[in-house]
Ligand binder design. Sequence first.
Ligand code: 4AZ
Length: 492
Amino acid sequence: MALNPGPPAFGPYYENHGYQPENYPPGHLVNANAYVPYPVPYGPSAVPQYIPRVPTHTSSPATVCLQPKSSSGIVFTSRAKKIICVTISIGVILTGAVIATVFLWKFVKNSCPNSGIECGTSGTCISASNWCDGISHCPSGEDENHCVRLYGPKFILQVYSSHNKSWYPVCQDDWNDHYGKIACKDMGYNMNSFYSSQGITDDSGATSYMKLNLSAGNVDLYEKLYNSNVCFSGTVVSLRCIECGTKMDVSRMSRIVGGTNAAPGEWPWQVSLHVQGVHVCGGSIITPEWIVTAAHCVEEPLSNPRHWTAFAGILRQSLMFYGYGYKVQKIISHPSYDSSTKNNDIALMKMQTPFVFNEKIRPVCLPNPGMMLEPTQSCWISGWGATHEKGKTSDILNAAVVRIIEPWKCNSRYVYNNLITPAMICAGYLRGKIDSCQGDSGGPLVTEKNSVWWLVGDTSWGSGCAKPNRPGVYGNLTVFTDWIYQQMQANR
Ligand code: 4AZ
């Protein structure tokens, strides 16, 4: 079965609608009209994405045939007035025509004819059928990037077929770890973080697969893959590029507002981000090199990686001074982050040295497309933020259970009155009392599904803390997964 076919001729594309209740039929968009539209091109992005270039328009002032009045006081006859007026009008029309022609020429020149796709912004056009065919056609190979993805809570590997313009699961026949490592590398993972690749029964009802053609010889993985309705093993590839979302079975020894103290190893992906020895924001480990945090944490004057140190595996701020601080090599803020609306409030930090994973330091899983949440899914928030509004940051890491609040409810007039975009997710309680607060920003909102912990959001904003009808607002990670993989891939 073809999954999420893309719009015709636009190359591989999947619409990531972010948060969707599990029970909705495929493709159903929840209350889409209540949303503020995404800024193009950095909304839920296509993989790879074709962005039609549209010339910007400048409106020219309306042409008014003014009565010319000579500064020398000469009075024109009505015939002379007519001639001047007609001349000016013709001049304006001609100028307009020239400007329109230039715009039109630029537009035609910049877009690709015959439904071709432009290679990034290089101006080179290639045929849509050349995307993800295993052969690099673009000058920088953009056509062979992002042609694989992991789908749903079982990490089903899917490959884009440029021929059918759809994503297909990969049949397990003849598949092995070597191919799995190539697919993980293409997604932006490091070769040495590969975890597992195994065949599992596909319960998605797929009737069509991508299969390996072993007789294709020593060629690129995607050249070896072809579309087929036959899969002898009856199983599809489930690929784990990193051992994420697992934690020790901690017996809870026991704030965020209204939370409880965390036990060692309970939230192993949680990091504390320090500036000049002071906790400023939280973050979540997603790979040995990368942390997810909030874009508003790294706004000027804190956009320089040299300001930041990350502490992992330590519960108390008072003990971090004795721990190892990981230095930051690079900060990538979402290019469409809007500091006034907090839309797209997500940033990535790349570490100078990789985290050494142990029972107290481990990554959380990025949500895969097709991973639906229940309308009021239970999630956890954690951080060293204030334990009451306007309070001090906490010495010990706290955590609390919160529930997802559906976008239509969070956008209602008595809650956030349409301030919630699809790139945001609300969680907490409308009665208040339990919430994230100042200092929790950038930290995780996680949920457990299929025995795996997933990063659902990054703490972003809220009106005060734990107030009735003012729940916490989080960056909607599902919307950003694709952008994150692209950044990891481009900044290895
Ligand atoms: C903050 O300033 C902050 N109640 C984080 C979360 C919330 C409010 C403020 C949500 O970091």
